[in-house]
Design a protein around this ligand. Sequence first.
Ligand SMILES: Cc1cc2nc3c(=O)[nH]c(=O)nc-3n(C[C@H](O)[C@H](O)[C@H](O)COP(=O)(O)OP(=O)(O)OC[C@H]3O[C@@H](n4cnc5c(N)ncnc54)[C@H](O)[C@@H]3O)c2cc1C
Ligand code: FES
Length: 282
Amino acid sequence: MNKFAEQVVAEVVSNKRVGAYHHMVLSVGDLANHAKPGNFVAISVGGAGSSMVLRRAFAIYRATGRESGVGYIELVVAPHGQGSTWLTSRSAGDGVDLVGPLGTAFGIPTQPVRALLVGGGYGSAPLFGLSEVLKSRGCRVDMVLGASSAMKIYAPLEGKRSVNSLTITTDDGSTGIPGKVSDVIPELIENNQIDIIYSCGPMGMLEAITKIAVEKDVMHQCAIEESMACGIGICMTCVLPIKGEDGVIRMLRSCIDGPVVNGENVIWDSNREIPEGTWGAL
Ligand SMILES: Cc1cc2nc3c(=O)[nH]c(=O)nc-3n(C[C@H](O)[C@H](O)[C@H](O)COP(=O)(O)OP(=O)(O)OC[C@H]3O[C@@H](n4cnc5c(N)ncnc54)[C@H](O)[C@@H]3O)c2cc1C
Ligand code: FES
């Protein structure tokens, strides 16, 4: 587990609706000092006595206020089911039981590179903080944001400000280029001579990006959104077949060995079964 993880009662500082999402700022104290782009938090939902016993995972959109000694994290939450709807109904001053920062973070290159950041829906959340870090290291940053419709593109204006170029795609064509993010990536790789792709979004999108990255021989780090019941490595519900550097496939927990992994190491077509030859399988 992330060695910096701690459990805190975070105070909701603000909660604003932005398109299909809620942008929430939580006061978390020192925890913010250790949050890196790609990390997530696991939040207890429903309040005391709730039947919703499982924490819900949310990517850290941004961590701020470190210098002042008062730390904040920001989240982008889609009211989806009961838990996320409960969270987005919290008001300023309410307390939220939170564990974080959890999971692995995006690897930051030591030399300036040309990076392409690709986000699907709320999956764009961790990419803005990542973009800031990459820009501060002298990297060129291009971004693609995709969603089913215009309402589900998160923060297009902020995207435009924080990167060298922003491309938007929507399935229904309500804004940007009609189609999927994977339709525009090959051309962006060629035109901008991309060295590395960072992505976050639905599993199908990550698989499609991996195929392109392998074909084009570009590194690809992705933040996986596998269903997580505990978020801290205990329940094994989030396991995925991932090939190690030694070529051996292992069932790894995406909450502690991920969520950020090398896309080309994931066995995307396992159909939720343990692939033949996996370490420890009969
Ligand atoms: C790393 C990560 C980052 C995420 N970041 C964001 C984000 O930034 N913004 C955002 O809006 N959403 C994010 N999500 C998705 C978010 O966690 C889910 O939408 C949320 O759990 C929905 O909870 P709910 O109660 O509203 O939905 P419901 O569908 O009512 O409940 C989901 C619950 O069921 C459990 N569950 C579902 N399938 C399984 C399974 N196969 N095995 C075990 N348990 C299961 C989940 O753990 C969860 O507790 C992220 C998910 C992950 C894994
Ligand atoms: S979510 Fe429980 S082990 Fe990963």
